[in-house]
Design a binder for this molecule. Structure first.
Ligand code: ASP
Ligand code: MG
Length: 443
C-alpha cells in the first residue's frame, strides 16, 4: 500500500488531472491512497471570497466572485467529461456560508476554515469521478469522515493522537481500488471544520501513511524534488537524491517550500520513506527522504526565508540573570508567535520571527523587560546537512565567502547539529545564496 499526494499545481486543470490519473492508474497494484490539494490558487481565492462577503455591501459582488469559482471547476468537469452535477450541493452550501458572512458581517478564523475547506472537497470529488470514468473504481472521502480529528486551533489545527486509530478503523470499511482523500481539512470534536495550516495536504498524506503503515508516501509536486537551493534564486541548483528526515524537516522549517514543515513528524517513528516526485517531469526519479542516508556529511542544501524581522532585546542588568530568558520566551509563547532563530551575547538576545506574524503586541510586552530594536526586511539563510555542526571551519567559510560586501546581521549555530543559519538584509539575499551555492555546491 502507498500514499500518493498531489499538490495544487498537479491538479490545476483537466489536462493535469488526466496526467495525475495516469500516474495513479499505473500504480493501482500498489493500492494507492490518494490525497489531493485544491486546484492551484483556489484556497487563496476562497479566502478572498470570504473577505468580499464580509466587506462588500452589494451581494452582486459576492455572486460574481462565486460564479467565477464555479465556472473554473465546471470547465474542468466538462473537459473531463464527467457528470456535471457532482459539486452542485457543495456549491450551494458554500454560497449559503457566504450569505451568512455577508448578512451577519461576521468573519473569524473558524468561518474562514469552513470556507477554505471547499477547495479540497471540490478537487477530491472531481479526481475520484474522473478515475471512475477511466475505469478505476474510486470514491472521494472527506478526511473528517475517516478519522481526521483535530484540536480547535482553527487555521493551524493539530491532529489528535486518537486520529491514528480512527483512520485505521475507517479504512477497514473502504474497499474501492482507489480512495481519494481531501488534504488540508479535518474536524474538531464539536464537528466543526478545521484546517491543518497552509500547505497542510502534505501533512494529511503523512498522517494517513503513518496510520496505515504504508510502504511509501509519494508527494507529487511541480519541481524536481528537494534541491541544493531554490531554483528561482540559483539557476544551477541541482536536485538531491536522498535526504534524512532531520534534513528534510530542517529545510522545510527554514523556508524550503517543497514540504510543509510538519510533514515528516508522523513517519519518523514508523520509518516510512517519503519520495518527492515531479508531476511535470515524469523522468525525474525523485528525492527520497529516509531515516539514514548514505554516509555523506556536510552541507546538502541552502534554504531561505524572506521578509523576516529581527528583534533585538537589550537589558544590561537582567540579562542571563535568573528567569529573564524564561520571561522573554513566555511573551512569545503567550502570544502564540513562533521564534525561528535565537542568538545571544552577553547583554543582547536576538530573535527572528516570520513575516506572517503581527508584532505590535509582542513589542509592547518586550518593552517591559528591555530595550528593543527591530529590523525588518531581513532574510534568513540556512545551510543544512547532517554533521554540519561538527565540520571545522564551516562558519568561517561562510563568512569569507560573503566577504566584506555582505554584512551578516545575526548568526545562529549549534542549536541544531545539522544547520547553520544567519541573517542578511533582504536586498543581499539573492547574491548571498548564489555565492554560498557556488562555494559549497559549485562544480
Ligand atoms: N490547499 C491548501 C493550501 O493551498 C493546502 C495544500 O495545498 O496543501 O494551502
Ligand atoms: Mg504544497
Amino acid at each position: 500500500m502507498i500514499v500518493q499526494k498531489f499538490g495544487g499545481t498537479s491538479v490545476k486543470d483537466a489536462n493535469m488531472i488526466k496526467i495525475v490519473s495516469n500516474i495513479i492508474k499505473s500504480n493501482v497494484k500498489n493500492e494507492p491512497k490518494v490525497v489531493v490539494s485544491a486546484l492551484e490558487g483556489v484556497t487563496d481565492y476562497l479566502k478572498n471570497l470570504a473577505n468580499i462577503a464580509f466587506f462588500s455591501n452589494d451581494y452582486k459582488e459576492v455572486k460574481i466572485a462565486m460564479d467565477n469559482l464555479k465556472e473554473r471547476h465546471l470547465k474542468v468537469i466538462n473537459e473531463l467529461q464527467v457528470e456535471d452535477n457532482i459539486l452542485e450541493k457543495d456549491f450551494a452550501e458554500l454560497e449559503n456560508v457566504l450569505k451568512g458572512i455577508f448578512y451577519l458581517k461576521e468573519l473569524n478564523q473558524k468561518i474562514l476554515d469552513k470556507v477554505m475547506s471547499f477547495g479540497e472537497i471540490f478537487s477530491a470529488k472531481i479526481v475520484a469521478e474522473y478515475l471512475n470514468r477511466i475505469g478505476i473504481k474510486s470514491k472521494a472521502y472527506m478526511a473528517y469522515d475517516i478519522g481526521f480529528i483535530t484540536d480547535s486551533n482553527f487555521g493551524n489545527a493539530e491532529i489528535l493522537d486518537e486520529a491514528e486509530y480512527k483512520i485505521r478503523e475507517a479504512f477497514k470499511y473502504i474497499h474501492e481500488d482507489v480512495s481519494v482523500i481531501t488534504g488540508y481539512i479535518a474536524k474538531n470534536k464539536k464537528n466543526e471544520i478545521t484546517t491543518l495550516g497552509r500547505g497542510g495536504s502534505d501533512y494529511t498524506a503523512t498522517i494517513l501513511g503513518a496510520a496505515l503503515n504504508v510502504e511509501e508516501i509519494q508527494i507529487w509536486t511541480d519541481v524536481d524534488g528537494i534541491m541544493t537551493a531554490d531554483p528561482k534564486i540559483v539557476k544551477n541548483a541541482r536536485s538531491i537524491d536522498e535526504v534524512s528526515y532531520q534534513e528534510a524537516s530542517e529545510l522545510a522549517f527554514f523556508g524550503a517550500k517543497v514540504l510543509h514543515p510538519k510533514t515528516i513528524l508522523p513517519v519518523i517513528k514508523k520509518n516510512i520513506p517519503i519520495k518527492i516526485m515531479n508531476t511535470y517531469n515524469l523522468s525525474f526519479k525523485g528525492t527520497k527522504i529516509l531515516n539514514e542516508t548514505a554516509n555523506y556529511r556536510g552541507p546538502k542544501s541552502i534554504a531561505c526565508k524572506k521578509e523576516i524581522s529581527v528583534i533585538n532585546v537589550y537589558n544590561p542588568n537582567m540579562f542571563l540573570t535568573h528567569g529573564f530568558l524564561f520571561e522573554l520566551f513566555k511573551i512569545f509563547e503567550d502570544l502564540k508567535i513562533p521564534v525561528d532563530l535565537v542568538s545571544t551575547s552577553e547583554v543582547n538576545i536576538s530573535i527572528t520571527v516570520d513575516k506572517i506574524y503581527q508584532l505590535e503586541e509582542v513589542i509592547e510586552e518586550l518593552k517591559k523587560i528591555g530595550y528593543i530594536d527591530i529590523k525588518s526586511k531581513m532574510s534568513s539563510i540556512s545551510l543544512v546537512g547532517e554533521g554540519i555542526a561538527g565540520l571545522p571551519g564551516i562558519a568561517s567559510r561562510v563568512f569569507s565567502t560573503l566577504g566584506d560586501r555582505i554584512n551578516i546581521e545575526m548568526i545562529s549555530a549549534g542549536a541544531s547539529k545539522i544547520s547553520l543559519s544567519f541573517v542578511v538584509k533582504q536586498c543581499d539575499l539573492i547574491e548571498s545564496v548564489n555565492l554560498l551555492h557556488n562555494e559549497f555546491f559549485g562544480e
